[in-house]
Write a protein that binds this ligand. Structure first.
Ligand SMILES: Cc1cc2nc3c(=O)[nH]c(=O)nc-3n(C[C@H](O)[C@H](O)[C@H](O)COP(=O)(O)OP(=O)(O)OC[C@H]3O[C@@H](n4cnc5c(N)ncnc54)[C@H](O)[C@@H]3O)c2cc1C
Length: 328
């Protein structure tokens, strides 16, 4: 592709580029020319030196900073308008984003505004007319090969399916601020308040250790053993949809296709059967330890380690051993 490929980048509150966006940049680089990035913010202040270094490391040619006083808060239609305006001005060949909730939502708005098709959760993209994409479908249980007619190409990248790989040679990223034209109607939907989840400080999406409970935990109170182990390991608590449906834990704790996608160093799944929709959320885990009394439970097919047993005995025993080891 000789026209620019634009990648929408998500940033943490501290301004760091999100790992899923780094994965999106890595896939976008395979489309040909070094990609351009779109950053959205309240002011046109250039990205910090650390952010610029990351952008350079991932081979970003130009970082376009879309600035508007209302961009301090997430406003999907307005942010999408900024992307549409930039893509039209640059005659972009493609607009790529991470397959996060935000990335998917934004590109859906871009697709609606431009009247173009959009492919979510891509793991491979072959440019052409039509573009060929490989997408993760059905909670990760199948890969779909599809042809996408239209321009620009609009696609999101499946979380944790593409490695975040720095460019072979770093780029000297240029910064190009711009002020998109935003109508009042674009700002009708906007975030007005953020309430941090009560995760004890470790976010489920970023945790290195996640200890999860399924229906086998038995009750909301039963999660005390899960919480205890998560705390001892400095990890986050997760759960299955059976648990959120029962009202034992909030939806923010849910791992899976319709929950959070996680990629911890180790995932400890207690009383979880291993349904496809649950596994879609944890297949990025480097190691999986399953604890379940049913040796036939499908989760054991994906597990690196397994304990066939009652979580209410096994989990407190692990916690007790950890305490003992730390006391010596
Ligand atoms: C469109 C759609 C989207 C979905 N999205 C999600 C999603 O995002 N996340 C998700 O999790 N699910 C999702 N589901 C639901 C999914 O299909 C399963 O129903 C759900 O994951 C089952 O949860 P579970 O493993 O906790 O419960 P179950 O399947 O009931 O399994 C409970 C397990 O606990 C074990 N157990 C029982 N007692 C103990 C004990 N004392 N100690 C240890 N183990 C014990 C049992 O042997 C069993 O294996 C979705 C479904 C649909 C249709």
């Amino acid at each position: 592709m000789s026209a620019p490929v634009l990648v929408f980048l998500e940033r943490s509150a501290e301004g760091e580029i999100d790992e899923l966006s780094e994965q999106a940049l890595s896939l976008a680089r395979e489309l040909g020319e070094p990609p351009d990035a779109v950053l959205i913010g309240e002011t046109d202040a250039p990205p910090s030196a650390a952010t610029l270094q990351t952008l350079g490391a991932y081979g970003v040619a130009t970082a376009h900073v879309a600035a508007h006083p209302a961009f301090g808060a997430y406003a999907p239609a307005a942010w999408a308008q900024a992307i549409v305006e930039l893509a039209e001005r640059l005659s972009a060949a493609a607009v790529i984003a991470a397959g996060s909730e935000r990335g998917n939502e934004l590109l859906a708005h871009v697709a609606a505004r431009t009247g173009q098709p959009m492919a979510t959760n891509c793991v491979a993209i072959t440019p052409g007319a039509p573009t060929e994409v490989t997408r993760v479908r059905w909670g990760g249980s199948l890969l779909e090969h599809a042809r996408l007619h239209g321009a620009p190409l609009l696609a999101t990248v499946a979380p944790h399916a593409v490695a975040a790989t720095p460019a072979p040679a770093p780029a000297d990223t240029a910064v190009a601020p711009f002020a998109p034209e935003i109508a009042d109607a674009d700002l009708v939907v906007s975030v007005i308040e953020r309430v941090p989840a009560a995760t004890g400080g470790v976010s489920l999406a970023d945790a290195d250790v996640v200890v999860s409970g399924g229906r086998g935990v038995g009750s909301a109170e039963g999660f005390s053993v899960i919480e205890e182990l998560a705390e001892l390991l400095g990890g986050a608590v997760g759960c299955s949809r059976a648990v959120t449906s029962a009202g034992w834990r909030p939806h923010t704790d849910q791992v899976g296709q319709t929950g959070t996608k996680i990629a911890p160093e180790i995932y400890i799944a207690c009383g979880v059967s291993g349904a496809t929709q649950h596994m879609a959320g944890c297949k990025g885990a480097k190691k999986l330890l399953a604890i379940n009394p049913d040796g036939e439970a499908s989760i054991f097919a994906s597990a690196d380690y397994g304990v066939i047993g009652d979580l209410h005995q096994v989990v407190p025993a692990i916690s007790a051993e950890l305490r003992k080891a730390r006391a010596t």
